[in-house]
Design a protein around this ligand. Structure first.
Ligand code: 2P0
Length: 350
């Protein structure tokens, strides 16, 4: 082990003991108030605050092994060499970690996703949260969870939220560059008054044609609805926080549905338009509305993909899942409850 104690750049992290290898596990999150649009692409600083629930299903497990004999980082995904753009993004992220730890040692990264990668089921959130926690341990960064969330954000915005468990708000912060970096981090919220579940449908598990990153950039630049929607998010966050603290699930669901439909409206009105929703997605949204007619508090949210997620009370989750399975024959349906924070599972020296 190499003891180190360097004060470092804007992120204020310091290093402690390097472990030659560390493994971490992290879970995806589904936003109830969406992150859609950046004000600083390089530092991954969002236009607005967002708010999510970390799931109890679909974890990503990542091992980072320091490899002084390598000339460059190598990245394995689900047992195969990662596609070049993914490997380049992981390597760029590791370069940020190395800058904070004053290390130049390359790493071997092995990651296993149990969620379909790139299908709009938040694999980049669990992926970069697991990578952040494993790399921070392997390179010996002494970073608290707030600091880890800022670091994860630089890999993929939504990963900042998966550093924490259960209900999480990602603060947009202010400014750009180093000042923006300091002010933009995630924080866990007290949601003990709620007893929620999410019923996740997998309408299409294939990687989507347009990445979230590209789609949000295009929407910000070309949609006339983008700014009005972004302005409305601050109000949605304030009302959502109140509803969460009061344990008012119908209110939480109504605000989440409104916010998600607004985000998709910005995409439909981009030039050219982007449409992630499939016919089956609309059918599931209608089915969720029909459940409400029957007195079950269930509400839809959809990320940048066709997969619809129903937010409901935990005691209604089996019934909602059974209804959606019947309605959609052939579509996978999973139940998630609030899940854990990203954690190191193994940080031994080897
Ligand atoms: C969210 N999404 O809040 C929103 C809703 C998709 C739709 O966060 O460019 O993969 O890596 O910061 O984190 C997806 O965006 O984008 C996302 P980058 P990311 O969950």
């Amino acid at each position: 082990m190499t003891p180190r104690a360097h004060a470092t750049g804007p992120s204020e992290a310091v290093t402690c003991h390097q472990h030659h290898a560390a493994t971490a596990i992290a879970y995806p999150n589904i936003a109830l108030i969406k992150y859609w649009g950046k004000r600083d692409e390089r530092m991954v600083l969002p236009v607005c605050d967002s708010l999510s629930m970390t799931l109890s299903v679909f974890p990503t497990t990542t091992t980072v092994t320091l490899a002084p004999a390598l000339s460059t980082d190598i990245v394995w995904m689900n047992g195969c060499p990662a596609p070049a753009p993914v490997a380049a993004r992981v390597s760029a992220f590791l370069t940020s970690v190395r800058a904070l730890s004053s290390s130049a040692v390359p790493a071997s990264v092995e990651t296993t996703n149990s969620v379909p990668t790139g299908a709009g089921l938040a694999s980049s959130a669990s992926g970069f949260a697991a990578l952040t926690v494993a790399a921070a341990r392997a390179y010996g960064l002494r970073a608290d969870r707030t600091e880890l969330s800022r670091l994860a954000r630089r890999g993929s915005g939504s990963a900042a939220r998966s550093v924490f468990g259960e209900f999480v708000q990602w603060h947009a912060g202010t400014g750009t560059g180093a000042a923006g970096d300091r002010s933009s981090y995630a924080e866990q919220l007290d949601a003990s008054a709620l007893d929620p579940a999410m019923v996740v449908t997998i309408v299409d598990a294939r990687a989507k044609p347009t990445s979230s990153r590209e789609a949000m950039r295009h929407t910000v630049v070309t949609s006339p609805l983008y700014l009005p929607w972004a302005r409305s998010c601050a109000d949605d966050i304030a009302r959502m926080r109140l509803a969460i603290s009061e344990g008012d699930l119908p209110r939480v669901g109504e605000i989440a549905e409104h916010n998600a439909f607004g985000m998709h409206a910005t995409m439909w009105t981009a030039r050219p338009p982007i449409r992630f929703l499939a016919p089956e997605s609309l059918m599931i949204i209608d089915r969720i509305a029909a459940l409400r007619e029957q007195g079950i508090a269930a509400y839809a949210t959809i990320d940048a993909g066709p997969n619809v997620v129903a937010l409901c009370g935990r005691r209604d989750a089996e019934r909602v899942a059974a209804d959606l399975r019947t309605a959609t024959r052939g579509i996978e349906v999973h139940i998630a409850v609030p899940g854990p924070a990203a954690t190191v599972t193994d940080g031994r020296d080897r």
